[in-house]
Write a protein that binds this ligand. Structure first.
Ligand SMILES: [Zn+2]
Length: 105
């Protein structure tokens, strides 16, 4: 049995830092989906009002990494003064995003 969902969620929350709310749910294909929302930022929602900024990626470790990469870049762009353990992965996050962009062509 791999790490439980709640254990993963605790670990992800700790790494994402105080501005983040991390939620893990189970996708229709039975894999985990990671949602990281920002407690500070709101984006317009079509129709009425606003919703919290969030990113959602599915797929166990890949989903975790992809969601965290997006979160790291959100932090550096919008909250440059914020402290979070995940910021130590910034160089890797940037490199992975670059790779994905290159792969798309
Ligand atoms: Zn934010």
């Amino acid at each position: 049995m791999p790490a439980s969902r709640s254990a993963r969620q605790r670990k992800a929350s700790a790494e994402a830092g105080e501005l983040a709310v991390v939620r893990i749910d189970v996708s229709p294909d039975d894999s985990y989906a990671y949602t990281i929302s920002c407690t500070q930022c709101e984006v317009p929602r079509p129709g009425t009002g606003t919703r919290a900024w969030s990113t959602r990626r599915s797929g166990e470790d890949n989903g975790y990494m992809a969601a965290m990469d997006r979160w790291i870049l959100h932090l550096t762009a919008k909250h440059p003064d914020a402290e979070a353990p995940c910021l130590q992965y910034l160089p890797e996050a940037r490199a992975r995003l670059q790779e994905r962009r290159d792969a798309k062509g």
